[in-house]
Design a protein around this ligand. Structure first.
Ligand SMILES: NC(=O)c1ccc[n+]([C@@H]2O[C@H](COP(=O)([O-])OP(=O)(O)OC[C@H]3O[C@@H](n4cnc5c(N)ncnc54)[C@H](O)[C@@H]3O)[C@@H](O)[C@H]2O)c1
Length: 319
């Protein structure tokens, strides 16, 4: 297996966000020494509220601040780079997306080139596949950039690859597919469809489906995504690699709505509303053979189980 992160100094950019805060929780359990860099664009202090403040150092700032990034990267052995403008923010303001998702990533890599952390892990997205021609999608299938967000996430990947090839920087890229679960805030206008449905169902409100609901996605439970992220970072075999992180199970939005409705005993049928610009991807499910083979990672939580655990979290803890 890879390195033990106990006592290791780790930088998590975007650590106050949904996935980032869950990664921090896991790194605390591993005994890592954690620094979070976040500008709180979508991140929230509430996401960290159950973690002892002695267990991490919080730096409020932006990955676009190259001096700050340099200073922080110089102090750690591991970099988990999650900070990003998400797809909705990015579609509204592609220039800010460019500055954070591309410029911020370049800042991280430039600093890492000078200070040699053990690994830089970059979180990309299955958005880079656009509307795939074949399913399930392999890592080396066609890239098709249909949104500014896909462009910026893929540019970040491109820089990672270039820094690996040109400077020998040990980077690894994970492409997440629709991560959901505890600490995803349904109130956040940028949250994904699972959190939106759960938030509505919890209040007994109608579920709203954009388009006809036949669009499919590969929904990944947060804990599985975090586990894969750690494995990808610490594995000696992963430098220079790109991994799909998903389940290999294709689920359509109508099915998701039905599962959520059943979970809450909702009698009301969902309503169908306008298709959004960002909903231009019809079908998506990824092949996870590579991550299974190289990292020995398999997702453990089914969609039904993940939704149940998210509901339990919403009821016990709340967003
Ligand atoms: N959640 C998913 O389904 C999913 C899918 C594919 C890829 N990803 C990627 O995973 C990462 C984490 O996503 P998430 O779902 O937790 O989103 P999130 O919006 O909850 O987290 C992103 C975090 O980055 C911070 N941030 C944004 N701009 C910043 C800046 N300039 N400087 C410092 N911090 C900044 C935000 O405040 C937030 O805390 C992102 O890189 C995202 O592109 C997520």
């Amino acid at each position: 297996m890879g390195h033990d992160l106990k006592g290791q100094r780790v930088l998590v950019t975007g650590g106050a966000g949904f996935v980032g805060s869950n990664l921090v929780r896991r790194l605390v359990a591993e005994g890592a020494e954690i620094t979070i860099l976040d500008d709180f664009f979508t991140g929230r202090m509430e996401n960290l509220r159950d973690i002892d403040t002695a267990d991490y150092r919080l730096v409020r700032g932006s990955v676009t601040d190259s001096g700050l990034v340099r200073q922080l990267v110089s102090q750690v052995e591991w970099v988990f780079h999650l900070a990003a403008r998400n797809i909705i923010a990015s579609t509204r303001n592609p220039y800010e997306d460019f500055q954070t998702n591309i410029g911020g990533t370049l800042n991280i890599l430039l600093a890492a080139r000078d200070f040699h952390p053990q690994r830089v892990l970059y979180t990309s997205s299955v958005s880079v596949y656009g509307n795939p021609r074949y399913l399930p999608i392999n890592e080396d299938d066609c890239i098709s950039l249909l949104t500014p967000y896909a462009v910026s996430k893929f540019s970040g990947e491109g820089y990672c690859q270039a820094f690996y090839e040109s400077y020998g920087l040990p980077v690894v890229v994970v492409r997440y597919s629709n991560v959901y679960g505890p600490w995803q805030d349904p109130q956040n206008p940028y949250c994904g469809v699972v959190a939106k449905f759960m938030g509505k169902a919890q209040k007994g409100l109608l579920l709203e489906i954009h388009g006809d609901g036949e669009q499919t996605r590969d929904f990944t439970f947060m804990e599985d995504a975090v586990e894969a992220t750690i494995l990808a970072a610490v594995s000696p075999k992963s430098a220079g690699e790109v991994f799909n992180i998903g389940t290999g199970v294709e689920a359509n939005v109508n099915t998701l709505a039905r599962l959520v409705s059943d979970l809450y005993g909702l009698e009301l049928k969902p309503v169908y509303i306008d298709r959004r610009d960002i909903d231009n991807i019809r079908r998506r499910v990824v092949n996870i053979e590579k991550v299974r083979r190289i990292l020995r990672w398999v997702p453990r939580v089914t969609l039904a189980e993940g939704l149940l655990r998210t509901k339990q979290w919403l009821q016990a803890v709340g967003p």
